[in-house]
Design a protein around this ligand. Structure first.
Ligand code: ASP
Length: 441
């Protein structure tokens, strides 16, 4: 078994966190490959190293001295090196990296140094080989990772060194020039590493014990999702749940390598497993048909009425959607009745053009009546166990009805893993709590 581990910024924020990482890695000999982010915040109000590095780049660009910020960065790494008893002269490594910088130095190069310094220290601390990302992670000139070349190079290096630490977040063009991923990109590096080495599992270590069933700002101490499929994750993250974006782990998804979200501060918690599908559904999962609940506020609905609309409906629908298209308003849902249909969209996309939009629709002679309702929230109830089972939506609507929550719109995805309801903004949090208390506890 081979396990690839990625540790996020808070997991490597200081020497205490470094010690936790070491204990985690050493507790399992299969944990052979480690990817690290740059040190993040140690507490709220603290700075992320990557933010400081981008700040340095801005100073260089405008010709302002950056010694103070570089001093802050050095202090962070020196403290880690010293408290972990490491021999690497990290201050000299940092000085060397910044010796030649000038106005032409790219922000990508500067931003990448956070992961670079961190991986050097972590490799020494774990007694693993430091393998720089520039040695294997190759970007094409179109900005995409050259997976074939990168995978082959990494496999070679793994073969030679066995246990390795590599920095996340960046790679290099064939010319050697550094390029970074978008912010948070170490997750992508970890996924590429796990896929290249055909790992049995990709452990993504962070500061939460997995993905929560619901936003903890709405429900106190919600349960952690034990297992979630990529499709469910997509529905949840689309509706605003702040979880690992499924795009970032695409390389492991393609190879059917499970991702395990774990908590560095609570290493015994099993966390959340993300997989394509699960063969043996657990009894508890079957009984609790909801995997997670997520929602977003501030949508609007335009209701369009036309009596005896019949077959003309499709044509009218097309005309109405064309109007939305022209106003550049993204349509979220189109619930439909016998003589009416509605268009649901984010309120902020309509902005000040709301009167123009409504005027244009009202002018349309094929429409009897149209009205606008603002202040709607959409809530997605997501669960693979809901698919092809009867009575689920009935239970959901009953629970909300019993609590006097009016449902404005209802929609179910074709794969039946998602029921989306629209409620008034003022009922948003209560609706989520009712759903959680009724079906998830
Ligand atoms: N250090 C980078 C950032 O702060 C990348 C990462 O942590 O994944 O965005």
């Amino acid at each position: 078994m081979l396990k690839v581990l990625k540790f996020g910024g808070s997991s490597v924020a200081d020497s205490k966190q470094f010690a936790k990482v070491k204990a985690i890695v050493e507790s399992d000999p299969e944990r052979e490959v480690v990817v690290v982010s740059a040190p993040g915040k140690r507490q709220s109000g603290d700075n992320k190293i990557t933010d400081l590095l981008y700040l340095i780049h801005a100073h260089i660009k405008y010709g302002v001295a950056f010694d103070t910020i570089l001093g802050m960065i050095k202090d962070r790494y020196e403290e880690i090196a010293e408290e972990c008893g490491l021999k690497t002269d990290i201050a000299s490594v940092i000085d060397e990296s910044f010796a030649g910088v000038n106005k032409r130095t790219t922000s990508d190069y500067i931003a990448s140094r956070g992961e670079y310094f961190c991986a050097i220290l972590m490799a020494e601390y774990l007694g693993y080989k430091f393998v720089d990302a520039t040695e294997w992670l190759v970007f094409d000139y179109n900005g995409k990772v050259d997976r074939k070349t990168s995978d082959a190079k990494l496999r070679e290096l793994k073969e030679i060194y066995g246990r390795i630490v590599t920095p996340g977040f960046y790679g290099a063009y064939p010319s050697g020039e550094i390029r970074v991923f978008p912010r948070g990109g170490s997750d992508i590096t970890g996924a590429i590493v796990a896929a290249a080495l055909e790992a049995d599992i990709y452990e993504n270590w962070t500061d939460v014990s997995g993905i929560l069933m619901v936003d903890p700002k709405i429900v106190k101490d919600p349960k952690t999702i034990a297992r979630v499929t990529y499709d469910e994750l997509r529905e949840l993250s689309y509706m605003g749940a702040s979880v690992l974006h499924e795009d970032t782990v695409f390389p492991v998804r393609l190879k059917d390598i499970p991702v395990n979200i774990r908590n560095t501060n609570e290493p015994d918690a099993p966390g959340t497993i993300i997989g394509e599908k699960f063969e043996d559904e657990l009894k508890e999962e079957h009984e609790r048909f909801i995997t997670g609940i997520a929602g977003k506020r501030n949508f609007s609905i335009v209701n369009i009425y036309k009596s005896r609309i019949g077959e003309a409906k499709i044509g009218l629908l097309r005309q109405v959607l064309e109007v939305f298209d022209r106003y550049d308003i993204p349509v979220e849902q189109i619930p439909s009745g016998v003589d009416s249909f509605s268009v649901v969209f984010p309120t902020d996309s309509m902005q000040a053009r709301k009167y123009d939009l409504m005027h244009e629709l009202t002018e349309n002679e094929s429409i009897d009546n149209c009205e606008l309702t603002e202040g709607i929230s959409l809530i997605a109830i997501v669960g693979r166990q809901m698919a092809y089972r009867t009575g689920i939506s009935g239970k959901i609507f009953k629970a909300l009805g019993d609590n006097k929550i009016n449902i404005r719109t209802i929609e179910q995805g074709a794969d039946e893993i998602n029921i989306m309801i629209g409620v008034y903004n003022e009922d948003f949090e209560r609706a989520i709590r009712v759903l959680y208390d009724s079906f998830a506890r």
